[in-house]
Design a protein around this ligand. Structure first.
Ligand SMILES: Nc1ncnc2c1ncn2[C@@H]1O[C@H](COP(=O)(O)OP(=O)(O)O)[C@@H](O)[C@H]1O
Ligand SMILES: [Mg+2]
Length: 438
């Protein structure tokens, strides 16, 4: 820490030339010289003059001779001293004005700086706290001055008592718990004794949140690589198991219970295969193979892919599609994948006998596909979470479908959003730019 002392003005110095004794000696010397000359001159020049006239004349001569000496020896130094005093006074006034400006400058920095600044005495009692501190703790500065740091900010106080000069601590602000980064420095007097402490702090809650998110993302990226590797390694053995089971099913004469077991083996293998494919999709970079195709036809195909489930659940399907074709430039496989996913989710969410409405509208350069169901809708706090990897509320769900679908929508510079309907159920909207074909 650097210590700075400010010196204001200088004391006027009395030189030997202006010392009163010296002036007196000089005057006496001058009087002596003038008087000696006077005596001789008056005696010889005017021998007949009366003693009174001689005294008057002598006085006049003395005054004439001494006036320059008096000016030089008394008046001039006095005037000079007066001038110097005025100059020093002006210097002093300037220095005070400068000091005042500096104070105002420092005060304005303290007021507007986006960090808390607290100055305490050696016993940790607050002597100064800037506006940031007042806002942060929701207490006015009059309340803060004289308060114990331990009472205002126990977190920082405890760290300082533990000998920690800089750290991140949790602090109870006026609204909630926040993380602040603080630093403490000693405030020393000119003689080196401790005058108190300067404590500065800033709210770093957002930075910490961002840092944690980054770490989470890094962890997820690493996990994603592992998952992709595992999925890749599983694909071939899974294919081998399914193929072998199919051969066995054809060559063996199975009893009814054995056939049932074999069927459940196929069902589970299909599920595993679907999971592996989704995992690979999720971890792979999205490379699109864009081509012009009819979106109305692709949507109808996606519906027929789900037809069996729609019939099984006796769902009422309402379609609001354009009459003719609607050509878009996009990756047809990927777009179909999104539509199949959101339609299957709608089927899963809707109870037997419920309704699913599918709409397709073109607005400007975009085309939107709406899938509305009469299911239970989505919990308010889950409306964004449903797009997270592995978020599922289903017993056999993978929690990957919507995550991949959003990745596909984003890769097309489109969007996939979810909302709840006023009358119950959910609506998923998949928007795509029509592309060069428009
Ligand atoms: N139409 C819908 N209505 C209500 N909830 C839905 C709907 N679509 C999706 N969800 C919720 O989003 C979750 C994630 O969906 P998804 O990523 O497709 O994974 P999965 O279908 O394997 O569960 C579902 O488990 C469900 O909770
Ligand atoms: Mg799904």
């Amino acid at each position: 820490m650097t210590e700075e002392t400010v010196q204001i003005g200088k004391n006027a110095q009395t030189t030997w030339k202006t010392a009163p004794t010296w002036i007196f000696v000089e005057i006496m010397l001058a009087i002596f010289i003038v008087e000696s000359l006077d005596m001789v001159l008056l005696h010889y020049a005017f021998p007949s003059l009366s003693i009174f006239a001689k005294v008057v004349l002598d006085g006049l001569i003395l005054l004439v001779f001494l006036s320059p000496a008096l000016y030089l020896l008394i008046l001039k130094p006095f005037l000079r001293q007066n001038e110097e005093r005025k100059r020093y006074e002006a210097d002093l006034a300037d220095a005070f004005a400068e000091l005042h400006d500096r104070n105002r400058f420092i005060e304005s920095i303290l007021t507007h700086i986006q960090s808390g600044i607290i100055v305490t005495d050696p016993d940790m009692r607050i002597n100064l706290a800037n506006d940031y501190v007042s806002h942060f703790f929701g207490r006015n500065s009059a309340e803060l001055i004289g308060a114990e740091l331990a009472e205002v900010c126990p977190g920082i106080f405890a760290s300082i008592c533990a000998g920690i000069d800089a750290a991140e601590v949790a602090v109870n602000s006026s609204s909630n718990y926040l993380i602040v980064g603080f630093k403490r420095v000693d405030l020393k007097r000119v003689d080196g004794t401790l005058a108190g402490h300067i404590i500065t702090f800033v709210d770093i809650s957002e930075i910490i949140k961002f840092r944690n998110e980054m770490r989470k993302k890094e962890r997820l990226a690493t996990m994603g690589e592992v998952v992709a590797r595992v999925a890749h390694e599983m694909r071939n053995p899974l294919f081998g198991i399914t193929a072998a089971a199919q051969i066995l099913a054809m060559e063996l004469k199975l009893t009814a219970p054995q056939k049932e077991l074999m069927n459940s083996l196929f069902t589970e293998a299909r599920r595993m295969n679907h999971l592996v494919e989704e995992l690979l999709d999720c971890s792979k970079e999205m490379i699109l193979k864009k081509t012009p195709f009819d979106l109305v036809k692709a949507l109808n195909e996606s519906l027929s892919f789900n037809e069996v489930f729609i019939i099984e659940k006796k769902l009422n399907l309402q379609k609001r599609l354009p009459d003719g074709e609607l050509t878009v430039v996009a990756d047809p496989e990927r777009v179909r994948q999104v539509m199949v996913n959101i339609l299957k989710n709608a089927v899963d969410a809707t109870a037997t006998g419920g309704t699913i409405a599918v709409g397709l509208v073109k607005t400007g350069g975009d085309v939107s596909i709406h899938v509305t169901d009469s299911g239970p809708g989505i919990a308010d706090d889950a409306i964004e979470k449903i797009f997270d990897v592995f978020y599922t509320t289903k017993k056999h769900g993978t929690g990957l479908g919507l995550s991949i679908s959003r990745k596909i929508a984003d890769a097309h510079d489109g969007a996939l959003t979810a909302s709840n309907n006023a009358g119950g159920g959910a609506t998923f909207t998949f928007t795509l730019p029509v592309g060069a074909a428009a």
